[in-house]
Design a protein around this ligand. Structure first.
Ligand SMILES: [Fe+2]
Ligand SMILES: [Fe+2]
Ligand SMILES: [Fe+2]
Length: 425
């Protein structure tokens, strides 16, 4: 069982934020590399420990509002026209988490140039102005780096480029600090190091911060949104699966702490979809063989990312086995009944239940009779747990109401705020 006392916050945020950049190899580790630069810069500014941590956390999540793979790539290549849009959405999504909401302003303004702040008479002493400017600089340096050229052959040109932005795009004293710390080769070699994750984990500002399941659940909700909002067709899918798994496990007699762990696993079950191009997720109708093969990788990535967080092995299995079948015919691990714990079985059933009641571009949401036929057959064929399926249809009406009500609330937020964010700034 997962120990509810001790998960390292750095471990959680490094792993989950790195998943944001699984969308394309061209942007891999962008959040981590940006966070490294921002951390080193903020350390050189003699800020409080809290401020350094806040800047680090905001850097790790700075592009959370860039929802699609295409948007992330365009931003990285300096090709995005509506640059402010992902800043607005990032603030909106962080605003849903009480603990991280204050960091929303860092993210909202990580593309706001210093000249803009001067017009508003803001000073660099304002915490979020400083945080936003540090992230702006760090993000810019990371994107200027050519990944196909040795990093030490680029330092002079990047340093002089940043110098040319002094006092206009970036506040002067920050540029000076950056020029100081970037004079050392190790600063650059760390950015390019394949071991950057472990460096940030063992030495970064969150290395000693432990969190319990309440904070873990809160963070998992942010990632639930990032996963769901990637495609309008699935905008409420994870919310539905989490509600369904919660209710089934309650009916099954699980303890409160097991139910919470199950909600966390449900929130993250499709995390690996962050690695699947939006074009495939959004494709109406059938997928080609190749596209289906790529889709199948998502549960692997869910496992891979969650399991890289110490103490979450159980949650990783619960989350990532949702396409496995008891007879070993599922994917991508092909595990069989003995390795499918109750938690994994509940999420697998919840995923099917939720997918069937949801409308897809090519079909309506299914009604009780059709669902009962399909799910009972799957249980009879030895794919999914017979007892859980009986439980689902014994309590169908209340389960259906709970799942759809949760989805209506999620849909309301998505439709009115996320899908509709005005490009008006
Ligand atoms: Fe950005
Ligand atoms: Fe970025
Ligand atoms: Fe899935």
């Amino acid at each position: 069982m997962h120990d509810p006392g001790g998960t390292n916050l750095g471990n959680v945020l490094l792993s989950l934020s790195d998943a944001i950049d699984l969308a394309d190899p061209a942007i891999s580790m962008h959040q981590l590399r940006t966070a490294y630069i921002a951390w080193k810069l903020s350390e050189s500014l003699s800020l409080s420990t809290d401020q350094v941590s806040n800047i680090f956390i905001a850097s790790l999540l700075h592009d959370a509002g860039a929802i699609t793979s295409e948007e992330k790539l365009a931003l990285h290549r300096f090709e995005e026209v509506h640059v402010q849009l992902h800043c607005i959405k990032g603030e909106l999504l962080l605003g849903r988490l009480p603990e991280f909401a204050p960091l929303g302003k860092y993210i909202r303004h990580h593309h706001t140039e210093w000249a803009e702040w001067q017009k508003s008479k803001e000073s660099i002493a304002t915490e979020y102005v400083l945080g936003a400017q540090v992230i702006l600089l760090a993000d810019l340096v990371e994107r200027l780096l050519n990944r196909n050229t040795h990093i030490l052959l680029q330092t002079d040109s990047i340093r002089s480029h940043i110098q040319s932005l002094r006092g206009r795009v970036i506040e002067g004293s920050l540029v000076d600090r950056f020029l100081e710390i970037s004079g050392a080769e190790d600063f650059w070699l760390d950015i390019a190091s394949p071991r950057l994750y472990s460096l940030l984990f063992s030495q970064g500002p969150l290395r000693t911060v432990e969190i319990g399941n309440d904070r873990l659940e809160m963070i998992s909700k942010l990632f639930k949104d990032l996963i769901d909002f990637k495609s309008p067709y699935t905008a409420t899918h994870t919310s539905g699966v989490a509600a369904c798994a919660e209710m089934i496990s309650r009916l099954h007699g699980s303890s409160d702490s097991e139910i919470q762990s199950l909600r966390i696993a449900s929130n993250l079950h499709d995390l690996g979809k962050l690695a699947v191009p939006s074009g495939i997720l959004n494709k109406p109708g059938g997928l080609s063989r190749d596209e289906y093969a790529i889709i199948k990788s998502h549960a692997y990535y869910s496992y891979n990312v969650i399991n890289s967080i110490g103490g979450l092995h159980q949650i990783a299995e619960w989350a990532a086995f949702h396409h496995e079948r008891l007879d070993g015919s599922g994917y991508p691990f092909h595990v069989k009944a003995p390795r499918m714990s109750v938690g994994s079985r509940i999420i697998a059933v919840s995923d099917i239940f939720t997918a069937l009641i949801e409308a897809r571009p090519y079909r309506e949401g299914m009604k009780k009779a059709g669902m009962s036929r399909i799910m009972s057959q799957m249980a009879k064929d030895g794919y999914i747990d017979f007892g859980l399926v009986s439980l689902v249809f014994d309590e169908y009406d209340s389960l259906y109401a709970y799942v759809t009500n949760t989805q209506v609330a999620a849909k309301e937020f998505y439709a009115t705020r996320v899908d509709n964010t005005d490009i008006d700034y």
